[in-house]
Design a protein around this ligand. Structure first.
Ligand code: AMP
Ligand code: MG
Length: 404
């Protein structure tokens, strides 16, 4: 019985759970999902600061311009600025320096002329000019980065600015890739006419590594139910997620479902109404080990990974269910057709025009045609029985690689 991809995803997202929270050094937290709220440890800025290079003044002293004020000192960034500004004088001030007591404005350097020990002011400025007020960005205690946020450079910088040298984040799943098939040889092996190189292994490891799932275990096993069962069992000791390539269809040598039953795994779905990749399988072992069986054709493996495995991994990493399957909605650059009662995934390439990003379908000979994926950035998702989808129609696009 085939289920819809939406239903299949729902089943996965209901069964996976966010992993244990752990402290990460700030420099290693990029890409993780924050498991705590980050708040301002003091006002931001912590004191009134100059936004410009120029001169700190009392605005009232330059209410009638042009005028000249005596230059009595300097406050650079990093100096405590303890000395107060006497009436009728000014101090040189640099961007980011604290405003000296009794000064209430900064005049930009470009609007002044400095002579030996005094400064000529040409322009009147109001009190508060060019001053970043204490606490104007955030008062002490304000929420700056919310729990559940995926950490990027700006959030890491912000957390650093409030003194967080460690952040509590959700862990990431340990993932194993198990490629099944008697025909498989490793990339560096000699291949005979009836053999193929294992390309799904490198493809899955690459997708995972690129997404921050560092240390991926990769194994290959022949089409033997006992051997498959033993490998899965062993891999389940140290990995929350096992991705199996091949062996899940209806062929005589597709032993994965049988092997999973042998080790006591529960199969939650086997067969999704999609093309390519119909025989997708999802099972759990002891409730906390998640096993994805992807039909071995290279494009089926890619579809299965991005449609079902990755959303599951993202949920385990702490993302909200609604954020686990990112896609773009883009105008179509060439017509596509589908009368099938299956959701179709059509290889596609992004077209970067100045005004508008769009997406163009690529031709392929079917799910075995990895060659067609050479120029692909991802897939267009065509709903079941869509009929003709015209140029300019907005379609859902699932990226398969990081956008430049
Ligand atoms: P299967 O799902 O086991 O019936 O495999 C379907 C087809 O996918 C096989 O005939 C192979 O051509 C191909 N295939 C299976 N495993 C891999 C792999 N690891 N790398 C590349 N192609 C594969
Ligand atoms: Mg096979």
């Amino acid at each position: 019985m085939l289920i819809s991809p939406k239903k299949a995803l729902g089943i996965v997202l209901r069964r996976v759970r966010p992993l244990k929270v752990l402290p990460k050094p700030l420099a290693e937290a990029t890409g993780y999902c924050l498991a705590e709220d980050v708040r301002a440890d003091r006002d931001q800025p912590a004191a009134d600061r100059s936004a410009m290079d120029g001169f700190a003044v009392r605005a009232a002293d330059i209410a009638k311009c042009p005028c000249v004020l005596k230059l009595t000192g300097e406050v650079a960034a990093g100096s405590p600025a303890r000395r107060s500004l006497r009436p009728g004088t000014c101090m040189r001030i640099l961007t980011g320096a604290n405003i000296p007591p009794d000064a209430d404005a900064v005049v930009r350097l470009e609007q002044t002329t400095e002579t030996k020990a005094s400064v000529l002011f040409q322009n009147v400025v109001g009190a508060g000019a060019n001053i970043r007020r204490q606490g104007e960005e955030a008062k002490k205690g304000k929420l700056l980065v919310k729990k559940g946020t995926v950490l990027g450079a700006a959030q890491i910088g912000l957390a650093g600015s409030v003194g967080k040298d460690k952040l509590r984040v959700y862990g990431r799943a340990r993932v194993a890739v198990l490629c099944t098939g008697e025909e498989l040889r490793s990339v560096s092996d000699r291949v005979r006419l009836y053999e193929i190189r294992d390309s799904n292994g490198p493809a899955l490891c690459s997708a995972l590594t690129g997404l921050g799932y560092g240390d991926v275990t990769h194994r290959v096993v022949g089409d033997n139910p006992k051997a498959v069962a033993a490998k899965v069992k062993r891999l389940a000791d140290k990995h929350e997620v096992i991705i199996i390539s091949g062996g899940v269809s209806v062929g005589k040598y597709d032993f994965v479902p049988e092997a999973l039953k042998q080790i006591g795994a529960s199969i939650h779905f086997h067969g999704v109404a999609i093309r390519p990749g119909k025989p997708q399988l999802y099972a759990t072992l002891n409730k906390n080990r998640h096993i994805f069986g992807l039909p071995g054709n290279p494009l089926s493996v890619m579809v299965g990974f991005f449609e079902f495995v990755l959303p599951g991994l993202r949920r385990m990493s702490g993302l909200e269910p609604t954020r686990c399957q990112p896609s773009l909605h883009l105008p179509l650059a060439a017509e596509v057709q589908s009368k099938l009662n299956l959701v179709r995934f059509v290889l596609a390439r992004l077209i970067w025009n100045k005004e508008q990003l769009s997406v163009a379908p690529l031709k392929s000979h079917g799910s075995a045609d990895l060659v067609a994926a050479g120029p692909a950035d991802g897939v267009i998702i065509i709903p079941a029985k869509a009929g003709k989808v015209s140029v300019g129609a907005v379609v859902e696009f699932r990226p398969w690689r990081p956008l430049p």
